[in-house]
Write a protein that binds this ligand. Sequence first.
Ligand SMILES: C[S@@+](CC[C@H](N)C(=O)[O-])C[C@H]1O[C@@H](n2cnc3c(N)ncnc32)[C@H](O)[C@@H]1O
Length: 250
Amino acid sequence: MNVDWEASTYDRVSHIQAEWARAVLDRLPLNGDETVLDAGCGSGRVTAMLLERLPHGHVVAVDAAPSMVEHARKALGDRATVILSDLTELELDEPVDAAFSNAVFHWIMDHERLFQRLHAALKPGGRLIAQYGGQGNVENFHDAARLVGAEPPFAEYLGEWHGAWNFTSADYAREKLEAAGFTDVETWLEPAPMIPEEPREFIRVVCLRQYLESLPDDLKDRYVDAVADRLGNPLELDYVRLNVDARRPA
Ligand SMILES: C[S@@+](CC[C@H](N)C(=O)[O-])C[C@H]1O[C@@H](n2cnc3c(N)ncnc32)[C@H](O)[C@@H]1O
């Protein structure tokens, strides 16, 4: 299932993604005049943080969701080139100095192809610095979502569906990055539990997006409420992030 996002709500509720992004950006050494790829730019909120670090540089921002691309174009203006593309099909006119990505790769099933395309997008010596959902990410959350989904009246629509995320181990990421030609590869998992500021909206727009796509409109709100009830208050999400640092050989 590859469904569009609710870009403006995502932009508002994505405090935690912005917080994670700040730490990921701190791992990317920049002079300020480079051209950097934001792989899976979303609404552009995090891309703007990358741009702050590039006063004389440029960002090429890529996303596969039309609503996100539209939002990012409006938010960023001519400070970034925003491209609608699946990252597994990425073809840039010019290679970039570095690639950054936050909270994206776990939405992509084919990491071999993803890392090949990112490797091809980088100049020799260019770094890839990324973070995404890793092994064990929001496992308790999805257990609750599946248990609620197995009950009536949702089971008719969700009973057989077990999600479509690619939460891999650090070893898997290293192996696929090295196979794509990356060197100086470091990969590590980082537990990052959090309580969203707007829990119901956050799980509706981010975590339950694909479940909701399978439900008829009159059951969507009931399902979000039922999952939120099962998780209790405060609603803590058991995030586990997978960090990736790698370099295209010079
Ligand atoms: C959780 S959002 C993260 C957005 C942004 N990087 C941030 O940190 O706020 C995930 C983004 O990945 C994008 N995405 C998922 N699969 C993709 C793919 N195959 N190619 C390009 N973008 C993809 C989605 O459209 C969405 O905008």
